[in-house]
Design a protein around this ligand. Structure first.
Ligand code: ZN
Length: 389
């Protein structure tokens, strides 16, 4: 996804529009508009409606219908994602946001469900909502008089498309909903990483089929989705395996303990910061004032300070005070997630009393990963494709 902006929120979940949606929405409107005549024939056959295509395809009418139907389609996608999100929230997960983009919608989770029936119901909730929306659109047509062909057209189109959306998403191609349902079922009897890799392999197979089909019917949208399934599925598979390595290692085992962490005094002038970095050779340091950690300062903070200002400023003036922390006894996966989520180089580890216990950097995690992997290989746990680096 590219640049997205927030347009509001539903049930406390921020709804974001990706910039790519602004391109795809007019394209959809145009595609629907140019095909109103054919669509009317199809919808009349499928749903038994009796729309007259001539007035609907005349003058500016098809473009208005196209625009309304395209927006309706993305409203349907939003409801689909809300289906996933609300079930997830019911199970106690947090939803970061719902983003609408080029290929539909994505509900961003702050953590992945690991309990099989949580994932099962979260994944299947989206398609169930889409079926319900399709059905509601169909039922809404029934009382409408024939003069309202324009409204009937939009509702009929949305009735069919929401059902198509549900069916398409149930293809067992991880990371589509169907693939997640499959993984959840695999993970009833298999460890989570293996279940994921199995679902990813099946997903790749379907992605290739879909790509070939997209080529045959020359549908660029299907080809794009095939690529999306292949690439994102593989990436999520790797990520799952990676985090599973850290699952059993507490943060306290990966961190550099507090007494070995190099800290920098808050009042150190920035002009002396580079010498300090040269001496200790880390790119970032916790900042200490009166024995307490009050921030983190990095080379980046130094770089972002205009050179003519460095003489008059101290480390405390440019440090980050929004500290990212993890608890001493949580899995180091949490540290990995926290670092990735906030795009920072390091997190502070805090003990039960909220005191600074140590520091985990990206480098610490890479090193821990390699050591843990060697231990697993030594213990005879076979390498799977997810390990490929
Ligand atoms: Zn879905």
């Amino acid at each position: 996804m590219f640049k997205s902006f927030r347009v509001g929120s539903l049930f406390g979940i921020p709804i974001k529009l990706d910039i790519t949606l602004l391109i795809v929405l007019p394209v959809f409107a145009w595609l629907i508009g140019t095909q109103v005549g054919e669509l009317v024939a199809v919808l009349n056959t499928v749903l038994g409606t009796t729309m007259d295509p001539a007035p609907l395809a005349a003058g500016p009418v098809p473009w208005v219908l196209g625009a309304v139907a395209a927006v309706g389609l993305f409203v349907g996608v939003t409801l689909h994602e809300l289906g996933h999100s609300l079930v997830a929230i019911r199970y106690g997960y947090e939803i970061d946001s719902i983003t609408l983009w080029l290929l539909g919608g994505v509900a961003q989770f702050t953590e992945q469900p690991r309990v099989w029936y949580h994932e099962f119901w979260i994944a299947i909730a989206g398609p169930i909502v889409s079926i319900a929306v399709g059905l509601a659109c169909y039922l809404a047509i029934l009382p409408l008089p024939a003069q309202l062909d324009a409204a009937i057209f939009v509702l009929a189109y949305l009735a069919v498309l929401n059902v198509v959306l549900a069916v398409f998403n149930m293809i067992p191609a991880f990371p589509l909903d169907g693939g997640r349902v499959l993984r959840s079922l695999f993970s009833r009897t298999q460890p989570f990483p293996e279940a994921t890799l199995r679902a990813v392999r099946i997903g790749k197979f379907f992605a290739v089929l879909l790509g070939i089909f997209g080529l045959l019917v020359f549908n660029i949208f299907l080809i794009a989705i095939a690529f999306f399934i292949y690439i994102v599925g593989a990436a999520e598979g790797r990520q799952t395996v990676l985090t599973s390595v850290f699952d059993d290692i507490p943060a306290s085992r990966v961190m550099t303990p507090a007494d070995e962490v190099v800290t920098v005094p808050a009042e150190l002038p920035l002009s002396e910061f580079l010498d300090f970095v040269m001496e200790h050779r880390h790119s970032g340091y916790p900042v200490v004032r009166h024995g307490d950690i009050v921030g983190v300062v990095t080379l980046e903070d130094f770089r972002e300070t205009p050179p003519d200002r460095r003489a008059e400023r101290t480390v405390a003036d440019v440090m980050t005070t929004d500290l990212k922390t993890v608890a001493y006894d949580t899995d180091s996966t949490e540290a990995l997630n926290e670092i990735a989520r906030n795009d920072v180089g390091r997190v502070l580890v805090m003990d039960d009393l909220g005191e600074f216990a140590g520091l985990i950097t990206r480098t610490d995690l890479v090193r821990a990963f390699e050591i843990q992997r060697e231990r697993q290989l030594y213990a005879g746990i076979p390498a799977t494709e997810g390990w490929a680096r």
